[in-house]
Design a protein around this ligand. Structure first.
Ligand SMILES: [Zn+2]
Length: 394
């Protein structure tokens, strides 16, 4: 069993120990004692070094009570080696702050609103608490945030003790283990059975900032940030907002209105673009139709090969062409690879069938009706082949 230094002291990050066991690969090291926290209870593992060797994962071997340090490279020594371990300070501090803020928020949410904490998640972007409640209003969120701030500001001591599960009183949740349990107490606010790393004083949690809610499985998850991570995120948000307001040439407070105006303007321009495209298509269609090759049966053949444009963009032109009558049209695109076949209503050709037959021969897919059909092909060569099979010049 590994002696867990972090159980009684979450601030000592350098420690001396001895190697107690190594696995066959030499990358999984068990020590007699450690300050490294293993992934457990929603809190991620610590990183750091053992005699300079990088620790990339820490696993709780519950069965043997051991903590397994996973190294990036095999341990160069042997069992019994003296080890100096160093836990990465910034990551540990961040975990202490987010985890203890979660205790505080869960306790206040239970006291003030009766929301039971179902699960917690400490993520790279933000931490989440899932509450067994169907809905949380923005006002309730603001109230929770204000109370957490007020309570943390007092400030209150956070202490660790060990008690028997059967006689421990006033716990926020009933203990899931029997025998001796570790209890984390926020003075006057919360008593929870927990194995994680926590701060000494709630002053270290400030600021505590809620970052939105999301509904999931009939419950609500609240996102939050605490301590130095909240400060760093606030600085980043300010930078982002400054960059956005500079781009929009307006004050930060005017950004939402400026975006609404831009969206409306963009919609107007898109409508105008479509109207002009249709108008242009009818002019282009007339020119193409008048100069088209006329076959022995009197049918005109028009090949539209604007390969940089998706087929959607040339459809107005094709539509304008077929209204002129006596015409077969084949349009192709290379981005994405596609082919479109259309005929005017006075031409006795079933486009759907003709295109399907040509596509099957080259491994393409598609279909349509008698007047117009569309398909995709796997390669440029297949596109050339399909066009030839449809009787058009490539
Ligand atoms: Zn905890």
């Amino acid at each position: 069993m590994t002696y867990r230094l972090y159980y009684t002291d979450a601030y000592t990050l350098t420690f001396d120990a001895r190697v107690r066991s190594l696995d066959a690969t030499g990358t999984r090291v068990v020590l007699d004692r450690t300050a490294f926290y293993p992934t457990s209870g929603g809190q991620p593992f610590d990183t750091g070094t053992l005699n300079g060797a990088r620790v990339v994962d820490v696993i709780d071997d519950d069965e043997h009570g051991d903590i397994v340090h996973v190294l990036a490279d095999a341990w160069p020594g042997t069992i019994g080696d003296a080890v100096t371990g160093t836990v990465d300070e910034a990551r540990r501090r961040d975990h202490r702050e987010q985890h203890t803020a979660q205790h505080l928020l869960s306790a206040i949410a239970a006291d003030r609103f009766g929301w039971e904490t179902v699960s917690v998640h400490f993520g790279a972007d933000r931490s989440l608490i899932e509450f067994a409640v169907a809905d949380i209003t923005p006002e309730q969120c603001a109230s929770l945030e204000q109370h957490a701030d007020m309570v943390a500001r007092a400030p209150r001591a956070v202490t660790v003790g060990f008690e028997d599960a059967a006689s421990a009183l006033g716990l926020r949740k009933p203990p899931t283990r029997e025998g001796e349990i570790r209890i984390v107490t926020i003075d006057g606010v919360d008593r929870s059975a927990c194995g994680g790393t926590h701060v000494r004083s709630t002053a270290e949690l400030l600021p505590i900032v809620l970052r939105g809610t999301e509904r999931l499985r009939g419950r609500v998850r609240i996102g939050f940030l605490a301590g130095q991570r909240a400060m760093a995120r606030a600085a980043l948000d300010a930078q982002l907002l400054a960059a956005i307001s500079q781009q929009l040439t307006c004050a930060p407070a005017e950004v939402p209105d400026a975006i609404v105006r831009l969206t409306v303007r963009n919609g107007e321009l898109e409508n105008e673009r479509r109207r002009l495209r249709t108008q242009l298509a009818s002019v282009e269609a007339r020119a193409l139709w008048e100069t088209a090759h006329i076959g022995s049966d009197g049918t005109r053949t028009v090949r539209v090969a604007q390969h940089a444009l998706p087929l959607e963009e040339v459809k107005p032109l094709v539509a304008a062409l077929v209204t002129l009558g006596g015409v077969r049209v084949c349009a192709t695109s290379e981005s994405p690879l596609g082919v479109l076949l259309a005929v005017s209503s006075d031409i006795p050709l079933d486009c759907g069938r003709a295109l399907r037959d040509a596509l099957v021969a080259v491994g393409g897919r598609g279909g349509g009706n008698a007047a117009q059909a569309q398909g995709t092909v796997p390669t440029v060569d297949a596109l050339v082949d399909v066009v030839a099979r449809l009787g058009f010049a490539t």
